[in-house]
Design a protein around this ligand. Structure first.
Ligand code: SAH
Length: 386
């Protein structure tokens, strides 16, 4: 092992992990861990010598035992509408994309969880990249670090980074521990101080991990549905073969029951002549009504319609404006809270489903996917990604 790999990257640790590292490895008090956390996340300082409220001996100890490695910015690209995209290098071979989307009164960062993705959703550009590996905690929270530094964000003052959505590249629930740890730093006052409900995890429907998430974290949940019947959903989201709609909705129900006052956002990408017809809207409305009735909670389900964002080589097209409006109206008439997500940053390929990054080895997708599913489900098959 080289000297540098033996060091602990402090960006890999949340508050609890840092406290433990300071106590067990350095023999230091907890508040020292808090000071360092503030230096890293509030002031974006990575050089221990600049952490001036730490004594010299502690700084020397840190230099020897620890490091703060942040992602490398390959390039950043502003869009004409204020959206900003970063291509971040992770290991010299792979790169991922992170997108900042400002809107009235808020700023949302779209964060990636994996290099590529193993799920093979048919309408998603990331899927065409294949899957290489999970991102570490440092690489996930590092995306927030880079964006916050760029935005000059200072917690508790004027915040320009108010929301994080785990909707970049990858399936966050297939990288559970690192994602949950990174989300804990996002919500920590010593980190980025975001409110629980302003951190959203989006999943294609990893049912067992939805249950685990409800036990271990307190974030908002978004579920990528895209079709309200199994035949069509399996075609669009192959994971549906493993976890069909009834099981997915039951997991969503358990999630809301465990988290009083919560609601779930169901994402539905609208593709011309594929899933955008009135019959599809009626199926979706029925499913959403059943969900609300079972829970007896008004607006337990919110629908977010995403007009499809095209990318080179795709066979899908965006639905027309009339179809989008008609689809939304049908849901609203059925008392289902429904929004249309306005497309942002499409001049820089930063819109939903357009993120690609650079994936060094694409061939591992199937093997990795099976391995993950086996770990999660205890080994019963993994043929969902056709
Ligand atoms: N794997 C997670 C998060 C990444 S995708 C998930 O599936 O939820 C984030 C959102 O963008 C998902 O709802 C996804 O279905 C949607 N999306 C993917 N490709 C898209 C495209 N080309 N146009 C519009 N939305 C897309």
């Amino acid at each position: 092992m080289t000297e540098s790999t033996a060091k602990q990257n402090l960006l890999d640790l949340d508050r609890e992990g840092l406290e433990r590292f300071f106590a067990d490895e350095l023999g230091e008090k907890r508040f020292r861990a808090h000071q360092v956390m503030k230096w890293i996340h509030h002031r974006h300082v990575t050089d221990f010598d600049e952490m001036t409220d730490l004594g010299k001996p502690l700084r020397a100890k840190l230099l020897e035992r620890a490091e703060v490695i942040v992602p490398q910015v390959h390039f950043d690209k502003p869009s004409t509408d204020g959206t900003h995209k970063w291509l971040l290098g992770m290991d010299g071979k792979n790169a991922i994309e992170t997108v900042y989307i400002p809107d009235k009164g808020r700023g949302t960062l779209c964060v990636s969880s994996q290099v590529g993705c193993a799920l093979n959703c048919q309408f998603c550009s990331t899927a065409t990249q294949g899957f290489n590996r999970n991102l570490s905690t440092a690489e996930i929270i590092g995306q927030v670090w880079v964006a916050a530094k760029h935005l000059g964000n200072i917690p508790h003052k004027q915040r320009r980074l108010t929301n994080v959505v785990m909707m970049g590249m990858g399936e966050p629930l297939m990288n559970f521990d690192n994602v949950v740890r990174a989300m804990s730093v996002m919500r920590d006052d010593l980190g980025y101080g975001l409110a629980n409900k302003r951190v959203t995890l989006s999943t294609a429907g990893m049912v067992p991990m939805i249950d685990r998430l409800s036990e271990e974290s307190d974030v908002s949940l978004a579920v990528s549905l895209h079709a309200a019947n199994d035949e069509l959903r399996t075609e669009l989201v192959p994971l549906n073969k493993k976890y069909p709609i009834a099981e997915l909705m039951a997991a969503c129900e358990r999630y809301v029951r465990r988290k009083p006052r919560s609601s779930i956002t169901f994402e539905y990408t609208l593709m011309k002549d594929v899933n955008d017809q009135p019959v599809h809207a009626r199926q979706l409305a029925r499913l959403m009504r059943q969900f609300g009735n079972a829970l007896q909670v008004k607006d337990a389900a919110k629908v977010n319609l995403i007009p499809f964002n095209p990318f080179p080589g795709t066979r899908f097209q965006r639905s027309g404006e009339d179809e989008i409006r008609a689809f939304q109206k049908l849901l609203l008439d059925a008392q289902v809270l429904t929004m249309v997500r306005r497309t942002r940053g499409d001049d820089i390929d930063a819109a939903c489903g357009q993120l690609k990054g650079q994936v060094a080895d694409r061939t591992r997708r199937q093997a990795e996917f099976r391995k993950h599913l086996e770990q999660i489900t205890g080994g019963e098959g993994g043929d969902a990604a056709a």
